[in-house]
Design a protein around this ligand. Structure first.
Ligand SMILES: [Zn+2]
Length: 216
């Protein structure tokens, strides 16, 4: 049975269940306990070719549905939930640069999903890349990796602040897009909100334990 919700009642942004009052008062909760436990927290760092990659969540069915609802069904109210676990202060000394959707996707959606989730945490966000056509990611073979390198381009006139660059993306499937971006820009580190289990498995040997981490 659904409950009547008064306008000032705090509810889970995903399922509309009432939130834990204490967490809500502290301004920490946007998700109910039940939704939160379906997110598969990963919080691991990897050293790949001398660069640290941080992974917040492992991609699972729940997150797949959330990304779909947020990005394709344009449920923009979900923007604050994806980075609820990060410390915004960690990113303040970096220039956060995100990968992008194709121009077509961006126009269809009317917003840039990755940008909105960082902005929701008060983190400044830059988009120095563009895609010259639409591209559906999957577990590509080598030739397809070459293709993404041809599609993902760096904007020629796009001023960035003079800070170390942190390259970010929402979903790391094969890592091909991120690798294409890294080949065009000098980035200090990589942060991905969610990585596919196959990527995680393939990089298990590169996992490192660090004291300085971007999450709570
Ligand atoms: Zn919920």
């Amino acid at each position: 049975m659904s409950q009547a919700i008064t306008p000032d009642e705090s509810i889970c942004l995903v399922c509309n269940a009432p939130l834990d009052e204490v967490a809500w008062i502290l301004g920490e909760a946007k998700l109910c306990q039940n939704c939160r436990k379906q997110l598969q927290v990963h919080k691991q760092a990897y050293r790949i070719e001398g660069r640290i990659w941080y992974v917040l969540y492992e991609y699972n069915d729940f997150l797949e549905r959330l990304w779909f609802r947020y990005k394709e069904q344009r449920d923009i109210v979900l923007a604050p939930i994806f980075l609820e676990e990060v410390r915004a202060s960690f990113f303040s000394k970096y220039c956060v640069c995100g990968l992008c959707s194709s121009e077509k996707k961006r126009l269809d959606r009317g917003f840039e999903p990755l940008k909105e989730i960082f902005m929701a945490q008060g983190i400044e966000f830059y988009s120095p890349f563009y895609k010259n056509r639409d591209w559906k990611q999957n577990h590509q073979h080598k030739q397809e990796r070459k293709k993404i390198a041809q599609i993902l381009k760096k904007k020629s006139l796009y001023p960035l602040p003079n800070k170390a660059i942190c390259l970010v993306d929402d979903v790391c499937t094969s890592g091909a897009s991120l690798e294409a971006a890294l080949s065009q820009m000098d980035c200090a580190m990589v942060f991905v909100v969610s990585a596919h289990p196959v990527w995680i498995q393939e990089h298990a040997a590169m996992r490192v334990s660090l004291r300085k981490v971007p999450w709570k």
